[in-house]
Design a protein around this ligand. Structure first.
Ligand code: 13P
Length: 247
């Protein structure tokens, strides 16, 4: 049985005042029947973790370096995230692949660094619109899965997030058939490669909202969501959590 996961990625949003949203989230869901994760900016991790202490809500980072420490100005190691109270980290988000030219090999290193720091790696993959239009989506998924997911991945230390780049922050969502096709493909690849690949959770991400969550969560092999904009406010994220709890 895969435990469902509702994950929020705050991206480069959130100041101290925004931590009240985490307070509100824990108050609205005192005993959630699904796993919950919020990835605030690194500057808020320790305060967010303190607020979430005693509640099952997990706090995570949005990126980590592949090394434990060293001369890498401005970077944050997985160990540092863990030390701040994080229990997970997003790796390979498309915004980092684009803004920072991150490669699959670097993302695999970051994910391995996450495992070494006892963090869950939420490894993101997904095609661009040009790739979808040229019917190479599944090839792109294969390349990213093979290159970004370490051989040491297990159902305990890894979550895969399928985020079509063209659906992120655009309000555009793939059809349910398109989501089903990619998730089934990812599942097949995971089970072929890893002994417990059937138990690895696969999240969908890209313009998930309270109004579309229920139909997306009904798609086979969708084990939850990685949510951007609609995770910033507890009032917007709560209906998504509720939809997942009743899926
Ligand atoms: P939106 O939910 O804002 O489309 O963002 C999705 C995302 O990139 C989560 O990582």
């Amino acid at each position: 049985m895969r435990r469902k996961l509702a994950a929020g990625n705050w991206k480069m949003n959130g100041l101290g005042a925004g931590l009240s949203e985490i307070t509100a989230l824990t108050a609205a869901h005192p005993d959630p029947s699904v796993d919950l994760l919020i990835c605030p900016p690194a500057t808020l991790i320790d305060r967010a973790a303190a607020i979430a202490a005693g509640h099952p809500l997990m706090i995570g980072g949005q990126d980590c370096h592949g090394n434990t420490n060293g001369a890498h100005t401005g970077d944050t190691s997985a160990q540092m995230l863990a030390d701040s109270g994080a229990t997970a980290v997003i790796t390979g988000h498309s915004e980092r692949r684009t803004d920072h030219n991150e490669t699959d090999a670097q993302i695999a290193d970051k994910s391995q660094a996450a495992y070494d720091a006892n963090l869950i790696a939420v490894i993101c993959i997904g095609e661009t619109l040009a790739e979808r239009d040229s019917h190479t989506t599944l090839d792109v998924i294969d390349t990213q899965l093979a290159g970004s997911v370490p051989d040491t991945a297990t159902a305990q230390n890894t979550v895969i997030a399928y985020e079509p780049v063209w659906a992120i922050g655009t309000g555009k969502v793939p059809t349910l058939d398109q989501i089903a096709e990619v998730h089934a493909h990812i599942r097949q690849r995971l089970t072929a490669r890893f002994p417990d690949g059937a138990d690895v959770r696969i999240l969908y991400g890209g313009s998930v909202k309270g109004s579309n969550a229920t139909e997306i969560f009904a798609v086979p092999d969708v084990d939850g969501a990685l949510v951007g904009g609609a995770s910033l406010k507890a009032d917007d994220f709560s209906p998504i959590i509720a939809a997942l709890e009743s899926a």
